[in-house]
Ligand binder design. Structure first.
Ligand code: DC
Length: 233
């Protein structure tokens, strides 16, 4: 792993669901020896916590009770190329991958109080070590001064197809038309919310992964890292 006493570098990767950014972030972090910060996972843990405390993701009126929001006791163990998450001492790393939790996370993430509650956790991760941080607002809001920013996307049909394969791989049911519909709704919500919407940062490098495999995406990223940074031999 990269020496944590050196200057800390953040590489920001943003993009919609299913664009391949998680895979890209994981293998890039591993290649560089940086820690991986999967911020979607933080929103998922928050969604799980809020629902367990009786907060309905559909309810958009009125603020989320502060005791539900701040009563969250979670810890993250970032590592090279993986991240373990604990909610009130229970490991939820795999539980949060449920499709319904992802949809609830997208709904809760439109709420300014939820975003505010998670902002510090994300920024403080970069105080400890160099990071590959992936999410929706890494390059625009959380790490606007990131050394390198990527915006990764793919056609919505291809992203839905990948999501189906992922669900089937986990032994879950997958109906392509349902997944496509959910994906479109999630895209719309993530892109049009008032607070920190999913947009490409002006200085981000755009990568369309529709016809690329993970190795090709990594290759593109590494070549840009070599051009712009100086931390790869
Ligand atoms: O990347 P993901 O699918 O695990 O993220 C789940 C949801 O969390 C996503 O639909 C929107 C929200 N999210 C966000 O608003 N900002 C982030 N930086 C990461 C995720």
């Amino acid at each position: 792993m990269r020496d944590c006493t050196q200057e800390h570098i953040v590489i920001a990767i943003d993009g919609p669901a299913g664009a391949g950014k998680s895979t890209a972030a994981r293998i890039l972090a591993k290649k560089l020896g940086f820690l991986l910060l999967d911020t979607g996972a933080l929103y998922r843990v928050m969604a799980m916590h809020l629902m367990r405390n009786g907060v309905d993701p559909e309810q958009s009126q009125g603020p989320i009770p502060a005791e539900a929001l701040h009563g969250i006791n979670f810890s993250i163990e970032p590592d090279v190329a993986s991240m373990r998450l604990f909610l009130n001492g229970e490991e939820v790393t795999h539980l949060i991958r449920d499709e319904q939790i992802g949809i609830a996370a997208s709904k809760f993430s439109t709420r300014p109080e939820v975003r505010k509650a998670l902002l510090e956790t994300q920024r403080s991760a970069a105080e400890k070590c160099s990071l590959v941080a992936e999410g929706r607002d890494m390059g625009t809001v959380v790490f606007p001064h990131a050394k390198i920013k990527f915006f990764v996307t793919a056609d919505v049909e291809e992203r839905s197809h990948r999501r189906c394969l992922e669900l089937l791989g986990r032994g879950q049911e997958a109906n392509f038309h349902q997944v496509l519909e959910d994906m479109r709704a999630r895209d719309l919500r993530d892109r049009t919310r008032r607070e920190a919407p999913l947009v490409q940062a002006e200085d981000a490098i755009f990568i369309n992964t529709t016809n690329l495999n993970p190795e090709q995406v990594l290759e593109l990223m590494v070549s840009r890292v070599k051009e712009l940074g100086c931390f790869l031999e």
